[in-house]
Design a protein around this ligand. Sequence first.
Ligand SMILES: Nc1ncnc2c1ncn2[C@@H]1O[C@H](COP(=O)(O)OP(=O)(O)OP(=O)(O)O)[C@@H](O)[C@H]1O
Ligand SMILES: O=C(O)C1=C[C@@H](O)[C@@H](O)[C@H](O)C1
Ligand SMILES: [Mg+2]
Length: 173
Amino acid sequence: MNVILIGYMASGKSTIGKILANKLNYDFIDLDDYIEKKEQTTIVNIFKSRGEIYFRKLETAYLKAILEHKNNVVLSLGGGTPCYGNNMDVILSDTNSKSIYLKTSIPALVSRLKNEKSKRPLLAHIETDDLLSEFIGKHLFERSQFYNLAEAKITTDNKTESEIVEELLLNLL
Ligand SMILES: Nc1ncnc2c1ncn2[C@@H]1O[C@H](COP(=O)(O)OP(=O)(O)OP(=O)(O)O)[C@@H](O)[C@H]1O
Ligand SMILES: O=C(O)C1=C[C@@H](O)[C@@H](O)[C@H](O)C1
Ligand SMILES: [Mg+2]
């Protein structure tokens, strides 16, 4: 059995995934970190030197490779992973995995992301908090159709990391 965490940038996939894996005694894989390790460079650098489409192809290839070869892992995806190629079909047709959407509101995402833009190439150019809020609102609207395909959904606003992990564990029973 694998658990796949889905959600917008800063919804908590990496933070929560690590704690959940520890509780379940599963391995933890963060797809962004996995790509950086395999490619021996940062995602920021891949976007800069090869462009986003190249990154999306890598992301799909590594997602498929992980789901084919790994078991008992918590896999935290990148924010865009479910929204490109046939990634969501691949995730949903893997009967060995359960996908869960960590749903976070626009204001909570803005407050988490305003100081973390430089690590996220899609946000780095946005100058003000108002523009960031407008961008995230539109982007989340476009992406929600993919995120909402996940087999389960957990809201994260006003919940501590431990509360979210407890809710996830109940969901997995
Ligand atoms: N429940 C929570 N309450 C408050 N802050 C949180 C919560 N979960 C995560 N955070 C904070 O939000 C920020 C983003 O979290 P994290 O890196 O886990 O998101 P992510 O979904 O993996 O993002 P990305 O898609 O960009 O990799 C971190 O600073 C983290 O500490
Ligand atoms: O939301 C996105 O499209 C991204 C989120 C990050 O996790 C990285 O995968 C990358 O910065 C792209
Ligand atoms: Mg992450």
